[in-house]
Design a protein around this ligand. Sequence first.
Ligand code: CDP
Length: 213
Amino acid sequence: MAGRNLVIAVDGPAASGKGTLARRLAAHYGLPYLDTGLLYRMVARAMLDAGQKLEDAQAAEATAAGFDETGFDEAGLRGREIGEAASVVAAIPGVRRALIDRQRHFAAAPGGAVLDGRDIGTVICPQATVKLFVTATPEVRAARRHKELAGRGDTASFEGILADIRRRDARDSGRGDAPLKAAEDAILLDTSALGVDEAFAAALSIVEKRRAA
Ligand code: CDP
């Protein structure tokens, strides 16, 4: 594997720690990083701003095919209700189809790239050098999201966030098109009992083993 493009696919459920891990892996290897969840969040944001219904598949598909990624401010994308709205539009097959090229184009950067999401290892980059599937228990993920949102002034309760996470897990895993699931050749990394540095060390060792293979 050494000398070839290094494409790292990082998938997993909401607040599993995949974004932090993917960002750190990208910095470590000097690779570009794409948070693909942001694309679904942008589609949802653009639809809500235009007064469209999230379930309107035709409008959602047209939005996904035509939006400009530079037109959003990140604070307006990271909120709790946009995560929920993103998971509604992400279940529409035409939306997923419309976003494939942007993601594959990014993954084809010279040298490689790191992408995180739900279907990177299964659909977007089935040939990735290494695939990580990052998990943690719903309670641990809710506690992490609670802390993250509190840091941004959101007063949502732990119980409310846990209910959000369970609902989103069910929707993301249950949809017919590109459901959240580990690729057959993905390596599972359960971060429930790991701090950020420990999780990064574990991920790095998985990637290095794969590169040396
Ligand atoms: O950070 P968090 O995991 O809460 O959310 P995210 O990664 O920004 O994703 C928001 C929603 O977009 C998810 O619940 C998925 O429904 C959807 N998504 C997807 O379907 N496929 C991806 N590659 C990334 C996100």
